[in-house]
Design a protein around this ligand. Structure first.
Ligand SMILES: Nc1ncnc2c1ncn2[C@@H]1O[C@H](COP(=O)(O)OP(=O)(O)O)[C@@H](O)[C@H]1O
Ligand SMILES: [Mg+2]
Length: 646
């Protein structure tokens, strides 16, 4: 039984389990991915950062040693020892800094390589993931917003990886090294400094704490502005026709103002933070110098890991370290915003990547077949022009069914949104080679029926069988490959007319594409284009008329030479005279195929084997033209003009 639920709400911003993702979880996942992509380079870079950071904390130790030596020599008057003790230390210092320079250079180069490579891989995963998403995702998410994952969010992720995280690591290492050295020299002075730094952190939280929230809001506002610009660009003609330029401007001003407000607040808070912390740091420096001086003169005992007495050789490097400590705490707090923003961006990117792909549990595949005179089917790798469904069974056997184009829908119900049924009890039997037409008012559910046959959406109840096989068992890509579809909205891609037709079957020769265009009735006008088949199309074929676009779309479907064709209002924008000319080609195109046609013009569907009249998602009449005329129902009224479709 096919009791699949058709309603499956999108889970934007949720972790796979459906919970909102935590910042820690996001960071962990990003780091995991980073390491899995660059298992050697990431640790090497981290080591370079650790080394250069640790090296930058070392001068204090040298200063202490050198002052100590000078102090000793001054007291003893023996300066010969000074040269002997100081020189090796200076050489060591130079060697260490040479390595540090090498480490920093390596780190910056690797960082650029890793960051850009990682972002490129992320974009790729996002794009590939996006292609596997069900149509429903694109129904329910703004396209401009999806787009901003590739632009804004990727940019915040770049800042996170290339600046914020390395900087955070560097500052943390320096702070830890400096702190250890301080404790080694003097615990009371270290405690004094820590009191000052705590005050600094409290103030920075008060001043800068608000900015993170505005940075996240700024990201959202940016996505909204991008979405709006994209929408207006696409709808430029409608905007102009209805003279809505002023309204658009007002709407944009509002969105832009919100963006301005959020950005201003975010940056205003963030900009105060640096100077405030720096100045507290300066005050702290003076305080430490003063209290340190008094401590030195007072001759009070020192408590330290080194057991040294508190002297000038400790006070001088201590002041140095105070500057370094507060400077790095400042650096640390400056990066918090970039981290919050980067994680918010990463979260959005991951939520796109976590979106559930279109489920495809199909295992029946379409294979090239050789059929002998006895009707035996054998699978082959050559393109024979004959196809068969390969159906592996649970008992290990495999059966082959020739691809014929027999489509049966049995008592199908469907809803896009739970509780709002769009189709009720739809049963359609299409035998191979038959032409089935759907007519009915706009919104009656005609397009929806075709959306179910190609499994853009899954049915709630009922069954659809294709050559006797439940379509849920057929691999989606193979199912769609066997269907030639001309969608109601025509979409052409950037490229030549020839390339657009070849989209239907990538290995089609030029002759086959031209033949398809001829069948679709497109050959004539294409030859009259400036460069014929090599005319470049861009922007969804904006340089063609709507009817011409439809003809190319028909040719594109025809070149695939599928056993089943679905034509959804495929000729709606073609004038009656051209249609009459195209009709002969179309009839030839439909020959020997199962065809589902949806058309407003009854002349297009009159010769169908069966015509289904749809009303509010139900089939209210069925039969051929003559049957329906004899019934004197809705179709009769439509035909005689007593009732208009729209
Ligand atoms: N993606 C969608 N999400 C929700 N409802 C939809 C969607 N597409 C169509 N509908 C609704 O389904 C009904 C049938 O639409 P459709 O099959 O496109 O009609 P037709 O092709 O006959 O004009 C309409 O009421 C429409 O509002
Ligand atoms: Mg439609």
């Amino acid at each position: 039984m096919n009791k699949q639920k058709s309603f499956n709400p999108p889970k934007g911003g949720m972790a796979p389990g459906g919970r909102p993702m935590s910042k820690k979880g996001t960071l962990k996942r990003i780091l995991k991915m980073l390491i899995s992509f660059y298992p050697v380079l990431v640790p090497v870079t981290a080591c370079c950062i650790l080394f250069s950071a640790a090296a930058s904390a070392m001068p204090s130790i040298f200063t202490q040693k050198i002052i100590e030596v000078i102090e000793k020599c001054y007291q003893s008057g023996d300066w010969a020892a000074a040269k002997e003790e100081i020189l090796p230390k200076i050489i060591l210092l130079i060697v260490m800094y040479s390595f540090s320079i090498i480490a920093i250079t390596t780190q910056t180069q690797l960082m650029a390589y890793i960051t850009q490579g990682f972002l490129s891989k992320m974009r790729c995963s996002m794009f590939n993931g996006m292609q596997t998403l069900p149509i429903r995702y694109f129904d329910t998410n703004k396209h401009g917003d999806i787009m901003s994952h590739y632009t804004n969010d990727i940019d915040t992720l770049r800042q996170l990886i290339s600046q914020a995280l390395p900087s955070l690591l560097q500052s943390s290492v320096i702070v830890l090294c400096v702190l250890s050295i301080m404790i080694y020299y003097s615990i009371p002075m270290t405690l004094l400094l820590l009191c000052g730094v705590s005050l600094m952190l409290v103030v920075s939280k008060k001043v800068g704490g608000g900015s993170a929230k505005y940075f996240i809001r700024q990201q959202k506002s940016l996505g909204k502005a991008e979405g709006y610009i994209q929408e207006i660009m696409n709808g430029q003609k409608v905007v102009k026709v209805f003279c809505h330029e002023d309204e658009c401007k007002a709407d944009f001003d509002e969105i832009n103002n919100a963006l301005y407000e959020d950005s201003r607040r975010a940056h205003a808070y963030a900009n105060i933070l640096g100077p405030v912390i720096m100045n507290i740091g300066n005050i702290l420096y003076v305080l430490i110098a003063m209290i340190g001086g008094v401590y030195l003169i007072s001759g009070l005992p020192n408590f330290s890991l080194s057991g040294m007495a508190f002297g000038i050789s400790i006070l001088v490097p201590f002041l140095n370290m105070t500057k370094q400590f507060t400077g790095n705490v400042n650096q640390f707090s400056q990066q918090i915003n970039a981290i919050v923003m980067g994680l918010a961006g990463a979260d959005r990117i991951l939520s796109l990547m976590d979106e559930e792909s279109e489920a495809d549990e199909g295992y029946v595949t379409l294979v090239n077949a050789e059929i002998d005179s006895n009707g035996n089917i054998a699978e082959t790798n050559e393109r024979t022009g004959k196809w068969a469904w390969k159906h592996p069974h649970g008992d290990g056997t495999t059966t082959y069914t020739p691809l014929a184009g027999d489509v049966r829908m049995v008592e199908v119900d469907f809803a896009y949104e739970e509780g709002k049924d769009v189709l009720h009890d739809i049963s359609v039997y299409a035998e191979p080679g038959q032409k089935i037409a759907f007519v009915g008012a706009t919104g009656a559910g005609k397009t929806t029926i075709t959306n179910l046959i190609n499994r853009f959406y899954d049915i709630a109840d009922g069954k659809i069988r294709y050559d006797g096989i439940n379509i849920n068992k057929i691999k989606k890509s193979d199912l769609r490959r066997s269907l030639g579809i001309v969608l109601q909205e025509t979409n052409l891609f950037t490229g030549t007319v020839m390339e657009n037709i070849r989209y239907g079957r990538l290995d089609a020769s030029e002759e086959e594409c031209i033949e398809a265009a001829r069948l679709a009735g497109a050959d004539d006008f294409i030859r009259r284009l400036p460069n014929g088949y090599n005319t470049e199309l861009s922007n969804n074929g904006a340089n063609l008329s709507q009817g011409q676009r439809q003809l190319i779309a028909i040719a594109r479907a025809a070149v695939a030479d599928p056993p089943v064709m679905i034509l959804d209002e495929a000729t709606s924008s073609i004038d009656t005279r051209t249609e009459a000319i195209v009709q002969k080609g179309m009839d030839k195109l439909m020959e020997g195929r199962t065809v589902f046609v949806i058309a407003h013009r009854l002349s297009t569907v009159m010769n169908s084997d069966v015509i289904m009249v749809l009303d509010h998602g139900r089939i209210i009449e069925r039969g051929n033209h003559n049957d329906l005329i004899a019934q004197k129902g809705t179709y009769y009224q439509l035909y005689t003009g007593a009732f208009e479709l729209e």
